[in-house]
Structures are given as C-alpha cells and as structure tokens.
Design a protein around this ligand. Structure first.
Ligand code: ADP
Ligand code: MG
Length: 269
C-alpha cells in the first residue's frame, strides 16, 4: 500500500460518531447510536453489555468486516473510509486477528492446515513451520494432525487463536471467545490472551458477558442499546495464572454487601 502515513497519535483505534442502521423489512433498526471510542496501542479492553446491545456489530465494524452507516474510523491513523476494498482486505489479513465464540474452524481440516490458511492468503513463506510454532505457543504442539472433532472446545478455541496470531497481527478482536467454554478452558484461553498482550503488546479487544473474565483486562467498556454507558480502567487486573474464580455464594455475598453498604463493604467485614 502506498497510502500508509505515520500516525499522529498512538491510538490504534479512533472512532467518532459511529452509527449503524439495519433495514429490516419496512423498519430501520438503529443498532449503534453514536459511538466514540479511542483505544491505545497495547491496551487490553473488554466490551460488556446485554445481548442485542450492539457488541458484535461494533466488533465487525472495528474489524473492517462491516461498514458503519455514519461516523469516522481511523485505524493506525489511517482513515478507513478512504481505503479501497483491496486495501481493506490486506489490512484485515495482515493487521487483525479474529477469534469468534463458535471457533469458526473448518470441519475436515487438521489443526496445522487451519493455521496455515491465513498465510496462504498473505503469501507467507515457511508456512508449516510457522503454523507449528503458533500451535506450540498455545500448547497444541502434540495435536497438529487433529481435526476439530478430535479436540475439546478449549483446544478448538486455541487452534482459532493460533490461526488469528500467525500473521502477527497488531490487533486481536475476540467476540465472546470464552462464551462456549467451561470455566477451566475459559481460564486457559484468558491466560493466552494475557500473555500475548503482556509479552507482544498486541492490542486486544474482547467481548464477554462474564464480569470475572472482564476483570482480567485493563479497561471495561459497557455498551447498552447501541451507546457506550460506562468506560472504566481496571486498577489491578486479575492475573489468569493465579486468580481463582470466587464461588457463586462468595460473589453473591460481596454483591449484597456492596449494595447495602454503598460500596464500603470492607468496613463491615
Ligand atoms: P450483541 O452482539 O450485543 O448481542 P448484535 O450486534 O449482534 O448484538 O446485534 C444488535 C442488534 O442488531 C440486535 O437487535 C440484532 O438482532 C440486530 N442485528 C444484527 N445484525 C443484523 C442484521 N444483519 N440485520 C438486521 N438486524 C441485525
Ligand atoms: Mg454478539
């Protein structure tokens, strides 16, 4: 590409006034109602919100899979609206790794081949070696020839993560990646994302329903009815290697105390 310029800020993502309206039969359904969001390089952000609040719609726009109805989007300082379809496809392939709730793996394809695929599109050399290294990095070095049906949900998601990583993206977009996993696999997946963010400074945006999972990220953005309703930094994110999920009884107890004592639970325990 010849239109790449040095970004003026360190914001990887800078969106302003993003709206998205779907036409459903005779109705227009406005799903995003004016979203402003800046995300700095290396940040680890979770997006939370009820089902239907527009999280996936926003993720698809951020990932250049869908276009907004209105608003501006600068990705790495480049105005996305000005980019050709051809350049958008290149950026998607080179810069963005996607991870989805349902893994999106090919049924009859081995783990190794799944991870080689994005490199086929980008024309990368030494594909088998790189795919193997990416699978080893997510702890699947012994499962290279396995089909998805021969892997657990957590292992399938790790194949999907290896596939998202193999082109060394600057940005990972994960839409409820732990949504279909049991707590233990969810925790393993979280460990991988944290490690990537910590060691390789990969900017990561993560949709989750699970507030305990969200507490492993650096910042939580709440979405409701197509608007951002809260945006908070987490002072001390949990470390997935050591954090233990509280029991439901503990969580309920702390929730009730917090509510009753106006957030000053520690004074009464
Ligand atoms: P979330 O991921 O937060 O659950 P979505 O972004 O998937 O929410 O969807 C938000 C709203 O937009 C929902 O009401 C959904 O039915 C609607 N929606 C999503 N995609 C389309 C589409 N392609 N056409 C029409 N409506 C859609
Ligand atoms: Mg969704």
């Amino acid at each position: 590409m010849d239109n790449v310029t040095t970004p003026a800020t360190t914001a990887v993502i800078d969106i302003k006034g993003i709206t998205k309206t779907y036409n459903v039969g005779e109705f227009d359904l406005q799903v995003l109602k004016g979203i402003d969001l800046q995300i700095e390089a290396g940040d680890f952000v979770s997006i939370m919100g009820p089902s239907g609040s527009g999280k996936s719609t926003l993720m698809n726009i951020l990932g250049l899979l869908d276009q907004p109805t209105a608003g501006s989007y600068a990705l790495d300082g480049i105005d996305v609206a000005e980019m050709s379809q051809h350049d958008l496809a290149i950026i998607r392939n080179r810069k963005i790794g996607f991870v989805f709730q349902n893994f999106n793996l090919l049924k009859r394809t081995s783990a190794l081949r799944q991870v080689e695929l994005p490199m086929l599109y980008s024309g990368t050399k030494g594909r088998a070696q790189k795919a193997k290294a990416a699978l080893e990095a997510v702890g699947l070095g012994e499962r290279l020839d396995h089909l998805p049906s021969e892997l657990s949900g957590g292992q399938q998601q790790r194949v999907a993560i290896a596939r998202a990583l193999v082109n060394e993206p600057a940005l990972i977009l994960a839409d409820e990646p732990t949504g279909n996993l049991d707590s233990r696999s969810g925790k393993e997946v979280m460990q991988i994302f944290q490690k990537l963010n910590r060691e390789q400074k990969i900017t990561t945006i993560f949709v989750t329903h699970d507030s305990w999972i969200a507490r492993h990220t650096n910042r939580v953005v709440m979405l409701r009815d197509g608007l951002i309703t809260a945006d908070q930094r987490i002072a001390e994110p949990l470390d997935a290697r050591t954090a233990e999920r509280p029991s439901e009884a503990e969580e309920l107890a702390s929730l009730l105390e917090m509510t009753y004592y106006g957030g000053k639970a520690e004074e009464y325990t």
